[in-house]
Design a protein around this ligand. Structure first.
Ligand SMILES: Nc1ncnc2c1ncn2[C@@H]1O[C@H](COP(=O)(O)OP(=O)(O)OP(=O)(O)O)[C@@H](O)[C@H]1O
Ligand SMILES: Cc1cn([C@H]2C[C@H](O)[C@@H](COP(=O)(O)O)O2)c(=O)[nH]c1=O
Length: 221
């Protein structure tokens, strides 16, 4: 599979100018099993305890996930041509989710915590041979998160967690250490766009690290 490099500034044109809405957008990315769901639940609990309205959401949405071709692609893999087609669908799903869920919640002043977001589409589709510039074009105009975190873990730890959670029911990428490594390297290449957090720490330590980055600004909002 061809892997095109993602240059450090390549992601910048994807984002709209900084939003001035009363809410806060937080994205948490990382390979499957890195602890995103666990941390989103923990952060949401903390923000609610501070009296904030929180919207927990995710991309891709079920509109994308429930499509048979998508499920086949994630379970069994597929060609670069198929990946390009699904990249179009994933971008449509993202723009729809931004317009219908994220922006309305930010306008209401909510803390929106999004599992994955646009970063993950680069991880998945560059690995499958899609040109990064094409992905930038498709996804252009999405709001830049106020905070975007990357939960970084060694491949062996990811595999251990996925196996203990899902047994043998692993997806195409999850079944191969080389594929995991390739996708995680794409996330690491987005340094500068993402705040890296050591996801191998205890659940509580990861939550504390995320909280320390964002709580002051968010609870003041
Ligand atoms: N810090 C941690 N230490 C040990 N185990 C953890 C930690 N965080 C999460 N886990 C466990 O690892 C597994 C994966 O966590 P979780 O479901 O939160 O990851 P995820 O990134 O949301 O996964 P996916 O993308 O596949 O939905 C779960 O069984 C969870 O209980
Ligand atoms: C297009 C697209 C796909 N993904 C992928 C990455 C994951 O393998 C699955 C979602 O898995 P989850 O563990 O159920 O969250 O979809 C993505 O994350 N972003 C995309 O744009």
């Amino acid at each position: 599979m061809t892997r095109n490099p993602l240059t450090p500034d390549a992601l910048d044109p994807v984002f709209a100018p900084p939003h001035d809405l009363p809410g806060t957008l937080i994205s948490i990315v990382g390979f499957d099993g890195s602890g995103k769901t666990t941390q989103i639940t923990a952060l949401a609990e903390r923000f609610r305890a501070e009296g904030r309205t929180v919207v927990e959401t995710r991309q891709p949405t079920d509109w994308y996930r429930n499509e048979a071709a998508v499920q086949h692609f994630h379970e069994e893999g597929g060609s670069r041509e198929r990946a390009r087609i699904l990249a179009l669908f994933a971008a449509a799903d993202r723009h729809r989710h931004v317009q219908e869920v994220i922006l309305p919640a930010l306008r209401r002043g909510a803390v929106v915590i999004c599992d994955r977001y646009v970063y993950a589409t680069f991880g998945v589709f560059i690995h499958r041979g899609v040109d990064p510039a094409f992905l930038v074009t498709l996804n252009q105009g999405v709001p830049r998160p106020d905070f975007a975190f990357f939960l970084d873990l060694p491949t062996a730890s990811l595999i251990e967690r996925l196996r203990s959670r899902d047994g043998d029911k692993l997806k195409f990428e999850e079944r191969s250490p080389e594929r995991i490594e390739a996708i995680v390297s794409i996330y690491r290449g987005m340094a500068g766009q993402l705040i890296r957090v050591d996801g191998a720490q205890s659940r509580e330590a990861v939550t504390a690290a995320l909280w320390s980055h964002c709580h002051a600004q968010v609870t003041a909002g």
